[in-house]
Design a protein around this ligand. Structure first.
Ligand SMILES: NC(=O)c1ccc[n+]([C@@H]2O[C@H](COP(=O)([O-])OP(=O)(O)OC[C@H]3O[C@@H](n4cnc5c(N)ncnc54)[C@H](OP(=O)(O)O)[C@@H]3O)[C@@H](O)[C@H]2O)c1
Length: 288
């Protein structure tokens, strides 16, 4: 039995869909009863579990031998994931497949990159099986800017820096594959999309797919931070994103394409053009 955390989220939800389609037994963990009830209506075995209340985890993990571990980037992420890893060990879970980040580094100026590196260390030392998935930045991040894109502008602070953008559907496909297979113990996989794009090129691809001109707008960082706040990001998140984009990406520190997705799943990853086509309505001009 596989326990899927983050089952109501983008990646975890897609992992559930793939496991269900494959007929693989799993249990979807959620922190609210109404979410568990919604899983039951879809014929999915749901269970209550909250990383902020570690006392709920033993019950959620009971009878499971494998766990998919994902949490959102917040200041609580280290406490949440290390509590989950410790609870998994106590519950007899034999392997954890964890979503980390390609830029994970204990010396990173990006808070979640530092946190993921520390959690990865904790997991490797925990004495249970592990597989660590380290994706680059998600194509789905472009949806934060769907309104400016619909109006013809792609705001960023990355200069000429580029990213090997990955579609979260491919991250989920790798996760589902390694959850269902043996042979991935003690493995760390760096996951990327098929090509590296800077923002000028991304704007060009957006223009071609959505049918109106989209221009890359290289903003001063205070303005970009304000925009991130306006689009619903917390102060902590906005500050971290500015460092990530203005220092790490603009400084040309992202990784090159690795082609791990194709190797692990036998299927090529989604291209940026695929992503834009599949979210075309989100980027369309208002009223068009
Ligand atoms: N964005 C990127 O470019 C990028 C790149 C590389 C790696 N990553 C990593 O990818 C991960 C996924 O991030 P995301 O923002 O995309 O996730 P997400 O899809 O928003 O999913 C987060 C999930 O965690 C659940 N959750 C939140 N708090 C919880 C708690 N206390 N107990 C149990 N479950 C809880 C949420 O449930 P609710 O529905 O109840 O909120 C949701 O199902 C992060 O670790 C991030 O660092 C992101």
């Amino acid at each position: 039995m596989i326990l899927i955390s983050g089952a109501t989220g983008g990646i975890g939800g897609e992992v559930c869909r793939l496991l269900k389609a494959a007929g693989t037994p799993f249990r979807a963990m959620a922190r609210k009863q109404e979410q568990v009830d919604a899983f039951a209506r879809q014929g999915i075995d749901g269970v209550l579990g909250d990383f902020d209340r570690p006392e709920t985890l033993a019950g959620a993990m009971q009878g499971c031998d494998t766990m998919f571990l994902i949490t959102p980037p917040t200041p609580n992420q280290f406490a949440q994931e290390t509590a989950a890893i410790d609870a998994a060990k106590r519950a007899g879970i034999g392997r954890i497949v964890k979503i980390s980040a390609s830029d994970g580094n204990v010396r990173s100026p990006v808070p979640w990159a530092r946190t993921h590196a520390l959690i990865d260390h904790h997991l490797r030392a925990a004495g249970i099986g592990w597989t660590i998935l380290k994706p680059t930045a998600f194509m789905q991040n472009f949806l934060w800017f769907k309104d400016p894109i619909a109006r013809g502008f792609l705001p960023q602070v990355t200069g000429t820096g580029s990213v090997s953008w990955i579609d979260t559907r491919d991250v989920a496909r790798v996760a589902a594959t390694v959850l269902m297979q043996d042979g991935h113990d003690s493995a760390t996989y760096f996951l990327t999309g098929p090509e590296t794009l800077d923002m000028k090129e991304a704007a060009k691809r957006l223009s071609a797919a959505v049918g109106h001109k989209v221009r890359y707008l290289d903003l001063p960082t205070p303005l970009f931070r304000a925009l991130l706040r306006l689009t619903g990001n917390s102060r902590w998140m906005a500050k971290g994103l500015v460092v990530q984009f203005a220092d790490v990406v603009a400084g040309h520190h992202d990784i090159d394409p690795t082609f791990e997705i194709e190797r692990l799943t036998g299927q090529a990853p989604h291209s940026f053009a695929d992503f834009v086509r599949d979210h075309r309505d989100s980027f369309a001009r208002p009223g068009s």
